[in-house]
Design a protein around this ligand. Structure first.
Ligand code: MG
Length: 383
């Protein structure tokens, strides 16, 4: 069954006095929209994503989708004058075989896979579902600065997104709904007006809609990495007669080769050591002793993958990598890109968080006399 998310990111953010709409405000170097899309893109229950954005943001959003490799985003389409119209444009861009549509606001970046799952499941059973939370404070009517009626809280709910619908039902609701789309500030309104029932499921208080500066501060605090730790790694391997080096998983033609127990990938060894150090997992020699025959001629990428697992077990995330290769020869610039691509793929870390560079040792010492190649890496992790 095909399930497609329509992410509505067309709002102008008039309530925050900021030059750019809030879904594009950056947290830890990435726009809020990135965080929202990440949750949907990574969720196995979602088959496709349609992103709805303002006309003047179409190019920006298409670049963002490409830059962060959001594989499920099939279309980026322009929004309309109202939210209801924007959702409608999104609906028109979902593939015809779609069965379930899940609508979500880009300005709720703290959405979880659990909420998405709940909404989708509910819509299969009931046709239309909204996530809601109950107001926590007592609610009263106010008349000219005096308290009027107290409204029983148990009759009230705050509507959130995600909301999920059978695609055919939602299309029909839009067809039937003839009222002003201006009053429809959420999609379930249109469905209700068309005569359908909308089931509610528990939302999540953390899944706030960023409306004010305070909301933004709260979300910034939640999303910003915490428990920052750093690790350093150093490695050196001697050179001998040969025809090829392996550095950063890239095979480099050379008049020498690196000696070592595994494939002697000096950069990946330094990097693995730095990762282990950052999460307090001792060092590469302890995890992969060179007396162990299993590691003989092993591709060093496996050390890196194992280190990544250990990071995850300790509930950390790799945030940044910086590294230097020290080599008199060969020139390594032409291979930076391939090295970064490898590391990015293996660690599932975006390329803008990985730096590989090299310096020549100015013909000094054993490195300068082409007796060895060394590498240093510094890794930052956080929760
Ligand atoms: Mg080594």
């Amino acid at each position: 069954m095909k399930t497609v998310a329509v992410i509505v990111s067309a709002g102008k953010g008039k309530r925050i006095s900021s030059r750019i709409p809030k879904q594009y405000i950056k947290i830890d170097g990435r726009p809020l929209l990135y965080y929202t899309l990440s949750v949907f893109d990574a969720f196995s229950g979602i088959d496709g994503i349609v992103l709805v954005t303002a006309h003047d943001r179409l190019d920006y959003c298409r670049r963002l989708v490409k830059q962060y490799n959001f594989k499920k985003v099939s279309r980026v389409v322009p929004g309309g004058a109202t939210r209801a119209h924007s959702v409608y444009n999104g609906l028109n861009a979902v593939p015809p075989e779609t069965r379930i549509v899940i609508i979500h606001d880009a300005v709720r970046p703290l959405v979880t896979q659990e909420l998405i799952h709940k909404a989708i499941n509910g819509s299969r059973r009931y046709g239309a579902v909204s996530t809601v939370v109950s107001p926590k404070s007592t609610i009263k009517e106010i008349a000219r600065n005096w308290i009027g009626k107290t409204i029983p809280r148990n009759r009230l709910s705050e509507i959130q997104t995600p909301q999920a619908f059978k695609y055919s039902l939602l299309k029909d609701a839009y067809k039937k709904y003839r009222g002003s789309r201006k009053e429809a500030t959420d999609t379930s309104f249109i469905v209700e007006r068309a005569g359908y029932k909308v089931k509610v499921v528990d939302g999540d208080y953390r899944n706030i809609k960023i409306t004010t500066k305070n909301d933004l501060e709260f979300v910034r605090f939640i999303l910003q990495p915490k428990n920052i730790r750093t690790g350093i790694g150093y490695d050196i391997h001697s050179l001998a007669g040969g025809r090829q080096l392996v550095i950063g998983g890239v095979k480099i033609p050379a008049e020498a080769k690196l000696l070592g127990h595994s494939d002697a990938d000096v950069l990946l060894h330094a990097l693995t050591d730095a990762i282990l150090g950052a999460v307090g997992e001792r060092d590469i020699g302890w995890h992969f002793p060179d007396t162990d025959l299993r590691y003989r001629d092993m591709e060093s990428k496996y050390f890196l993958l194992r280190a990544k697992e250990l990071v995850r077990n300790r509930r950390y995330k790799i945030l940044n990598i910086d590294s230097i290769i020290v080599a008199q020869r060969p020139r390594l610039q032409p291979y930076y890109k391939a090295m970064v691509n490898n590391i990015s793929r293996w660690l599932k870390l975006s390329k803008d968080r990985i730096t590989v560079k090299y310096c020549t040792p100015e013909e000094l010492g054993p490195l300068g006399h082409k007796k060895a190649i060394a590498a240093v890496a510094v890794v930052t992790v956080g929760r």
